[in-house]
Write a protein that binds this ligand. Structure first.
Ligand code: NDP
Length: 254
């Protein structure tokens, strides 16, 4: 908690999509939010919108040293993090693995795997020392269910899922909680625009004639898991639009 008594959350990837919605929702719940992302002007806009409960921090999570420096250098009244949402992440491309660019794979690994690991690594010692805290990891249904073109993105989200479960073992008895949130299709964020390299027709086609989840639905999930009483740890939340489900395996014949 901060000196004002407000609980403190760190949200990575707060400049857009889930992260911005989570920041709004956490501020509404009375948190002070350290909002981190590369596009600091977006974070400044969030502060202008939400007031000084938002503390913008320029951060590229691919830079593990910078992640550690941000956590170590938080002003005293924001240093005792109650909640950390490891949300910064992205998918690049959806073509077959054999046609993917190495640069895209590297950026997904550096952001979704390395960046998440650095975030968790930077915050755990403080949480354990304070014997309180909640790490919320943004996984995806892509970490559980393979789909064509999911390859490294799905692999990176499987890492998030398994890291979070493993943390539960190591944090046993510390009082520190860990939750993974694994969403299906969520529209209204920049996710698909980035995945499809700005091709608006593919973004539109992805969500055509169906009702996807919204970033606010995810923010509500974060608010729910983090507002449970201290004896309750929600391990994993998997959430999909009602209009999204599963289909049979494909079989190649001939
Ligand atoms: P957006 O593209 O809207 O937001 C992604 C956020 O991550 C932005 O704030 C971006 O900020 C930040 N980010 C990306 N790279 C970095 C980096 N290197 N360092 C710091 N911040 C970074 O996507 P969503 O809100 O939709 O996605 C948020 C998370 O949820 C991701 O981890 C995504 O994989 C996951 N997810 C999304 C789903 C969806 O359908 N939308 C479904 C399931 C999971 P900036 O560019 O300013 O750095």
């Amino acid at each position: 908690p901060s000196s004002s008594g407000a609980r403190v959350a760190l949200v990575t990837g707060a400049s857009a999509g889930f992260g911005a919605a989570i920041t709004r929702r956490m501020v509404a719940a009375g948190y002070r939010v350290v909002a981190a992302a590369r596009r600091v002007e977006r974070l400044d806009a969030l502060r202008a919108e939400l007031g000084d409960a938002v503390h913008p921090v320029a951060l590229d999570v691919r830079d593990a040293e910078a992640v550690h420096a941000v956590v170590a250098g938080l002003p005293e009244d924001l240093a005792a993090l109650d909640v950390v949402v490891g949300n910064a992440g992205l998918a690049l491309g959806m073509g077959p693995a054999q046609e993917a660019s190495w640069a895209d794979w590297e950026q997904m690994i550096d952001t979704n795997v390395r960046g998440l690991a650095a975030t968790v690594h930077a915050v755990l010692p403080g949480m354990v020392a304070r014997r309180r805290g909640h790490v919320v990891v943004m996984g995806s249904v892509a970490g559980t269910y393979p789909y064509p073109g999911g390859h490294v993105y799905g692999g990176s989200k499987a890492f998030a899922h398994q890291l979070a479960l493993a943390l539960r073992s190591d944090l046993h008895g510390t009082g520190v909680r860990v939750t993974t949130i694994e969403a299906g299709m969520v529209a209204g964020t920049e996710f698909s625009r980035i995945r499809f390299g700005g091709d608006e027709s593919r973004v539109e086609a992805t969500y055509r004639d169906m009702q996807p989840l919204t970033a606010e639905d995810i923010a509500e999930t974060v608010a729910w898991v983090t507002s449970q009483p201290p004896h309750v740890n929600v391990n994993v939340v998997e959430v999909m639009p009602t209009t999204q489900s599963f289909a049979p395996f494909q079989v190649h014949r001939g």
